[in-house]
Design a binder for this molecule. Structure first.
Ligand SMILES: Cc1ncc(COP(=O)(O)O)c(C=O)c1O
Length: 384
């Protein structure tokens, strides 16, 4: 075998880092799907819907398989415009801008909006993409304050202390997941909006796990909590409930215009491929016209939550708290052997000592699947 093209000191570093992961039992590996899907974010069961496949094929035939350019060059088709208009209307926003992934949107929004002296206040359990956005904002001179999970009192205290010290013209932004990806709990958007009004701060809400699922029309948590159209920055993803791929930010026109001119993840990246945009448009249409899908996904989750004694949560994410990494992995393997595709989630995705199984439900699941999973969980977890 030829010598490795990796220089020796680098090989050494990689090996030591892999050894550390092995010692902690924290190696990550890519496993293909196997068994009943109770771990993806395909909440409405649209990922394999033939209507999305047909919309993707039609879009490819008309507009091509790829865009070949960023949006600001030749990367726009009528599908991109229609998708932005449809998403804005659904979310009750003035305008919308597509991004290629949720990760890219979150990582790029914060540094595009914040500068030296400004501050971002971020919930302690926000998704990694928002955390990375905070890091980039910090590199641009903004202060980053992490407030206790869902704790508006802690946030209020931090904002008041910051305001007392901040220079004239300094601006604040509060960033939160709508539904938290690893716990399935939800932010209190009216309370956050009140605080943001008090401190003249922008609110950014990541609706990745709420879009398509919550609210009378499925538009998300803002709609569910009666504040549709009031959150100035609503980020959502197209790769979860809507069955396609990509992301978007709904916002007033001034914010959209600012992002078009400053968000590097938007400017310097090839536009969403037409089949992806076409499938997302069809996913959006179905999400709006087939409300039984979200009702079914949420009812499935509710049924599992009853088994786990987790009242009062409304999302399709059902965490099974375990604690030690090895036990979470063992339980996932037991459930996999019973035919359920359940994955263990370990640090750094979740805080130390809080490894868990992350179960999700979707409209594709049959009642029998959910009943069988509930019974298996009872047995495997030794629940009454
Ligand atoms: C809350 C949250 N935001 C953002 C993302 C990133 O979205 P995407 O998968 O489109 O990059 C995810 C997960 O994928 C998520 O769970």
């Amino acid at each position: 075998m030829a010598d490795s093209p990796i220089p020796a000191p680098w090989l050494d570093r990689l090996q030591r880092s892999a050894e550390r992961r092995r010692a902690l039992g924290r190696e990550r590996a890519i496993h293909p799907p196997a068994g009943v899907d109770v771990c993806s974010n395909d909440y409405l069961g649209l990922r394999r819907d033939p209507r999305l496949a047909e919309a993707a094929a039609a879009a490819a035939r008309i507009h091509g398989a790829g865009m070949g350019a960023a949006r600001l060059l030749r990367g726009t088709t009528p599908l991109h415009g229609a998708l932005e208009a449809g998403l804005a209307a659904w979310k009750g926003a003035e305008a919308c801008l597509l991004f290629n992934t949720g990760y890219q949107a979150n990582a790029t929004l914060l540094p595009a909006l914040l500068g030296p002296g400004d501050a971002v206040f971020s919930d302690a359990l926000n998704h990694a993409s928002l955390v990375d956005g905070c890091r980039l904002a910090r590199a641009g001179g903004a202060a980053v304050q992490v407030y206790r999970h869902l704790d508006s009192a802690d946030l209020a205290e931090r904002m008041a202390a910051w305001r007392a010290e901040a220079g004239p013209g300094a601006l604040a932004l509060v960033a939160t997941d709508a539904v938290f990806s690893m716990d399935g709990d939800a932010a209190d958007l009216p309370a956050l909006l009140d605080l943001c009004r008090r401190f003249e701060a922008l609110l950014l809400v990541d609706e990745a796990h709420a879009t398509g699922l919550l609210g009378p029309s499925g538009a998300g948590l803002a709609e569910h909590q009666g504040v549709s159209g009031q959150v100035p920055l609503v980020m959502g993803t197209l790769g979860k409930a809507l069955g396609s791929f990509g992301a978007f930010v709904c916002a007033p026109a001034e914010l959209r215009e600012h992002l078009v001119n400053t968000a590097r993840g938007f400017i310097f990246s090839t536009a969403l491929p037409p089949p992806v945009a076409g499938a997302a448009l069809e996913g959006l249409r179905i999400a709006r016209t087939e409300p039984w899908r979200r009702a079914r996904a949420l009812a499935h989750a509710q049924r599992l939550r009853e088994v786990l004694d987790q009242p009062g949560v409304t999302s399709a994410i059902v965490p099974v708290p375990v604690g030690p990494d090895a036990e979470a992995v063992r339980l996932a393997e037991v459930l996999q052997a019973r035919g359920f595709d359940v994955r263990a989630v370990r640090p750094p995705t979740v805080p130390e000592g809080s490894s868990r199984l992350r179960i999700t439900t979707g409209a594709h699941l049959e009642e029998d699947d959910v009943a069988a999973l509930a019974a298996t969980l009872r047995e495997v977890l030794g629940l009454g």
